[in-house]
Ligand binder design. Structure first.
Ligand code: WT7
Length: 643
């Protein structure tokens, strides 16, 4: 824990949306009178029928929380229509290609027209209010168009990250009951091509209900089109009318489903609704990034993750911002790319992940220092704990001591940022997400679910509903209640541990469940394990996270082979490639150790605590191993530790 403090600079406090005094006042107001507070704040988005009933439900019983339940709206109107009169010709999206020589700009009016045309095209394919549509696209403008077009029709989108395998894509399509898929010929990242259409074709062999596929031409690669099923995006849009009235949705109607990993093998579909999510997206984007009209804002996430949903598309567009969408990676063509893009498009606000910072840090200061970065005003971090060393480098080298850093803690389930400094109000401490936003009531609880006071470490829970929270697990409300509200009665349990310091600042210590965070990507160890045991030569597998210099956590797999199978390097490579194919490249183990057997309790439960210690090479403090069925297993694993 670092105890360096960066006080709020007076010139920042003077101009920011929220200063220290205001923070105290609005925090107290939102905590004591949530209905009154959100009745005002919800006016920041466009309603067809403004809500009069603000909040119902709580974290008890079957957890049916509703926000703004008698209000009606369409999310795309807040992002598009209402800006036309005032900023129709302002740039809505700057698109920066993987190729540093290619970028395009699209105005709010142009975006509006593209969304309306594509919505009409989807209508022709049979998409209706209440349907689910799957989007499996690279980082191209059409991804944002597709999301907004679904919203316009009242169909929930489910975006699947382009790095996921055909099997992962198929699993999500089936779970969500998708019948229309939007994809591309190929994606482009770091000079390499991603075979999205080929992956889609492979996935759809398992998904007979998908009757239509829309294919965006991105690379122009030669991909087979199945007559009757596959349609070219541009041809459909050219034939469609540019006039598409928005569908009136209830505030509690679904806006999207986004799959996320938990402690079981099956990802859950986090369902977000329209009114509460949009209010949260706009509110947090404006407050945390202290967004001011005319600024250029860049979030480097992929739209396949919730960060891309809330902070590339819905938040910035609801606030009439200019949002930058980047197709590439931080290190292509070289480690200066981020900062060159910042200069090229005069970016004011920059939001990225600690893993990117750490990988650039390794390349030294020269690639940063050869750029100006004078346009930058505020820097952000998201997705995993940022170590103080990386924070300080980001602050000194990238921001030249000028730009405050907002370390934003939140989750797919939350819809948007929950704990983060507000730059005009809260002094920064490197490595701490600092304090909750007004409207967020975090608590630390002990193993019995008792609230802990003062300076303490505990399980991070949220005590009361906030508008952006997910409402259910798609198709399985019991699982929603079970996963988030049953561990500690009456609280939403985040799955994270945290420490609160003497100033009331939160320091997230990481997951306390079987979820790991690899380069900001959330993964269930159970998912990797089930991929491994699906291999014909594998008898058993146990997967844990271990500390990794760049990725935060790496994936360490212990594998027991079936009797008669020979452990060797070729098989090790084959198994890693197998997981990559089964789930996607992000899930490939960094280290794989052969385990003649796994440490288990007498009741057969794998003792992961021990496996985590061995993977981290902390074999001195293994703790109590006396409950193991066969303690000699541990000795063998330590002796043959990999990596
Ligand atoms: C998990 C959520 C937030 C959108 C991207 C990830 C970890 C996230 C931070 C942070 C420490 C963080 C937590 C959380 N996490 N942000 N600023 N400091 N940890 O969303 O995939 O749903 O993952 O990411 O462990 O539970 P996600």
């Amino acid at each position: 824990m670092s105890d360096i403090l960066f006080p709020v600079k007076p010139e920042i406090a003077a101009t920011a949306h929220v200063n220290a005094e205001q923070y105290k006042a609005i925090y107290a107001r939102a905590a004591t009178d949530p209905a009154g507070y959100w009745a005002e704040e919800c006016k920041r988005i466009a309603w067809m029928k403004p809500p009069t009933r603000i909040l119902s439900g709580d974290f008890h019983g079957d957890v049916r929380v509703k926000w703004f339940e008698d209000g009606t709206l369409n999310a795309s109107v807040s992002c598009l229509d209402r800006h036309l009169a005032t900023r129709g010709d302002q740039v809505a999206i700057i698109w920066e290609s993987d190729d540093p020589n290619v970028s395009t700009k699209i105005t709010y009016r142009q975006l509006y027209e593209q969304v309306c045309r594509f919505a009409n095209a989807l209508k022709v394919l049979g998409v209706r209010k209440g349907d689910r549509v799957c989007i499996y696209l690279p980082m191209v403008v059409e991804a944002a168009v597709a999301m907004l077009a679904c919203a316009r029709l009242g169909a929930a989108h489910t975006v699947v990250f382009g790095g996921f395998s055909p099997d992962s894509l198929a699993q999500r399509i089936k779970d969500a009951g998708v019948r229309v898929l939007i994809t591309a010929d190929e994606g482009r990242r770091g000079g390499r091509k991603v075979p999205l259409k080929a992956n889609s074709d492979a996935a759809l062999r398992q998904c007979p209900d998908v009757h239509s596929v829309v294919v965006v031409k991105v690379t122009g690669g030669d991909v087979p089109m199945q007559t009757g099923r596959d349609h070219d995006y541009a041809t459909l849009c050219a034939a469609a009318s540019p006039d598409c009235p928005p569908t009136e949705m209830n505030a509690e109607d679904p806006l999207f489903v986004l799959y996320t990993s938990g402690s079981t093998g099956q990802p859950k579909g986090a369902l977000h609704t329209t009114g509460g999510y949009m209010v949260w997206a706009s509110y947090t984007h404006e407050l945390v990034f202290d967004y001011r009209p005319g600024e250029v804002y860049w979030c480097t996430a992929d739209v396949g993750w919730v960060t891309g949903h809330t902070y590339i598309v819905y938040g910035p567009l609801a606030n009439g911002a200019t949002t930058l969408m980047f197709e590439g990676v931080p290190t292509y063509p070289d480690a200066s790319r981020f900062w060159q893009v910042v200069d090229k498009h005069q970016v004011n606000i920059f939001y990225t992940a600690p893993t990117a910072i750490r990988s650039l840090m390794r390349e030294g200061e020269a690639p940063v220092e050869k750029t100006s970065r004078k346009s930058l005003r505020l820097l952000g971090s998201v997705g995993e704990p940022i170590n103080p060393e990386a924070w300080l480098w980001y602050h000194r080298v990238v921001g030249e001591h000028r730009c405050p850093i907002v370390d934003t803690w939140w989750q797919t389930e939350n819809g948007g940022i929950m704990i983060s400094p507000l730059i005009g109000a809260i002094a920064l401490k490197p490595g701490s997400a600092t304090r909750p936003l007004p409207g967020v009531l975090p608590v630390l609880v002990d193993a019995e679910g008792r609230e802990l006071e003062g300076e303490v470490e505990g399980n991070l829970c949220i005590k009361a509903p906030w508008p952006g929270m997910m409402r259910t697990v798609y198709g399985d409300h019991d699982r929603f209640v079970q996963t988030y509200f049953s561990t500690y009665k009456g609280y939403y349990f985040t799955g994270d541990g945290a420490r609160r310091d003497a100033d009331g600042y939160f320091w997230i210590t990481g997951r306390v469940d079987d979820v790991i965070n690899v380069a900001g990507h959330r993964m269930g160890t159970a998912e990797v394990e089930s991929a491994l045991v699906a291999h014909p030569k594998v008898a058993e597998a146990a997967v844990v996270g271990f500390p990794h210099d760049i990725k935060g956590q790496g994936i360490y797999a212990y594998v027991t082979l079936k009797v008669g199978e020979e452990p060797n390097d070729a098989l090790r490579k084959e198994l890693i490639a197998w997981v990559r194919k089964e789930i996607g490249p992000i899930a490939a183990p960094d280290t794989l150790q052969w385990a003649p057997s796994l440490p288990k309790t007498r009741s057969g439960k794998i003792m992961r605590r021990i496996l985590r210690k061995i993977a981290a090479n902390e074999t001195d403090g293994l703790g109590d191993t006396s409950t193991l069925a066969d303690p000699s297993v541990v000795k063998d694993l330590i002796e043959h530790r990999a990596g």
